[in-house]
Ligand binder design. Structure first.
Ligand SMILES: Cc1ncc(COP(=O)(O)O)c(C=O)c1O
Length: 418
């Protein structure tokens, strides 16, 4: 048996597989690490679990809805009433001129990116290989192995400002962002996984201007953004024009098990995604749309994001920062990225003698799982940039007690790392 190059590429192991494996084992109780500060699983928020229960009972209580949810294929683009409800919501909330023709459902954001990157990137009729440009590395680990052709990803190193002695922030380095004719799309996660950075409104506008000028899409990954789940701690104005492609997922709203996301894009792109869905999967699963549809239609999804989800994670973020102030020795030169959204703290150990992989192993042996930062710097050509081996991603989504216990151990280990 021989695998193709593509088969080897997709099956040969990846950072995201490693991460999901650690996560799955830790959460199922099989793995050795009880303090799970590594994965991106959202927290189990009691108020949201109560909403899921009510919605499930409503679905079970209506035979027609139950039948539609379990026993009928949706069209590949998604359920017509859910597409309309989301378009109405985006018009109401943001004033975007969108209709159902702008939206396509996918089995989670992960699949949406796989479709989008390979829709725009790769060999083209002009003989060039279209490339996907990530204007601000580090970026989401899950993108790293999604290109179907080699050389499709291009990352740009950020500029870094020190905000306070133990804090820093990344910025898009527009001086070094000069997309050539081979760049077929740009992509940013906002807020950014792993750093918790929030690309500013001015930076986003600048990127959007470049996209319009170059007639390429600007793909914005809203996994943590508005209108749901709204895990945004700074100011971020959503943006829309004929060049923007948004991916909005139900996962961090609390429904990762339903594998449901929405691509909001120009009609031509939404249609292409729907066609790709038909080829690869026939149709989407109905459950996520069945649970969330009425919440989207009523706007309840935005209220829950604003009033339950965002305050929940903000409180957890503050508790984690408090624990760090107590547990990390102040004389150790650690720096955290300004936490402006998402579920993570991004720790930079500039000049540490142990690199992020070594620290990952040491922490894993002490029962704490984090993610070594080098995975998130894919697409960067400069292998010598020390910074890429000096960072760790720490999730604060687990129980406050676990997060505090994990941070205490991390504080002990980073003190020994310099
Ligand atoms: C930035 C970002 N994008 C996309 C995803 C994919 O999520 P899903 O496929 O569950 O929608 C994640 C998951 O952690 C993420 O953090």
């Amino acid at each position: 048996m021989k695998f193709s190059s593509l088969g080897q590429n997709l099956s040969g192991g990846s950072g995201i597989e490693h991460l999901m494996d650690d996560l799955g084992k830790a959460l199922s109780g099989v793995g050795a690490a009880p303090l799970m500060l590594g994965g991106g699983n959202p927290a189990h928020i009691p108020e949201m679990e109560a909403v899921w229960k009510i919605r499930m009972e409503e679905i079970l209580g209506d035979p027609a809805v139950l039948r539609r949810t379990l026993a009928i294929y949706d069209p590949p683009r998604g359920n017509a009433s859910v597409l309309k409800a989301l378009a109405d919501l985006l018009r109401r909330e943001f004033g975007w001129a969108v209709g159902p023709e702008n939206i396509a459902v996918t089995p989670g954001g992960q699949t949406a990116f796989y479709f989008l990157f390979n829709l725009f990137g790769g060999r083209r009729s002009d003989g060039m290989t279209g490339r996907i440009l990530f204007p601000l590395m580090p970026e989401y680990i899950g993108y790293a192995n999604q290109a179907l052709e080699p050389g499709m990803f291009l990352g740009v190193q950020p500029s870094i400002s020190r905000t306070t002695p133990h804090r820093f922030k990344y910025h898009v380095d527009f001086q070094n962002l000069n997309p050539g004719p081979d760049v077929a799309a740009m992509c940013v996660s906002r807020p950014t996984n792993p750093s918790g950075n929030l690309i500013s409104d001015a930076e986003l506008q600048h990127l959007s201007d470049i996209a319009v000028q170059r007639d390429i899409p600007l793909i914005i990954d809203n996994a943590y953004g508005w209108p749901f789940p709204g895990i945004v701690f700074g100011e971020a104005k959503p943006i829309w024009n004929e060049q923007t492609v948004h991916v909005m997922s139900l996962s961090k709203f609390g429904l990762p098990g339903t594998r449901t996301a929405f691509v909001v894009a120009p009609p031509k792109v939404a249609s292409a995604i729907s066609s790709m869905m038909a080829v690869t999967g026939l149709a989407n699963g109905n459950f996520g749309q069945a649970i969330a549809g009425p919440l989207i239609e009523s706007g309840e999804i935005v209220r829950l994001s604003r009033e339950i989800i965002r305050p929940f994670y903000l409180r957890k973020r503050d508790a984690a920062l408090e624990a760090i102030a107590e547990c990390f020795p102040a004389d150790v030169p650690y720096a955290l990225h300004e936490s402006e959204g998402a579920l993570f703290l991004w720790l930079w150990l500039e000049g540490a003698k142990k690199d992020s992989r070594e620290l990952y192993e040491i922490l894993k042996n002490r029962g704490v799982l984090v993610v070594p930062g080098d995975y998130f710097f894919f697409g960067l050509t400069d292998q010598n940039w020390q910074h890429r081996r000096e960072c760790l991603r720490i999730s604060f989504a687990m129980s406050d007690l676990d997060v505090r216990a994990g941070l205490k151990i991390i504080g002990e280990e980073i003190a020994k790392a310099f």
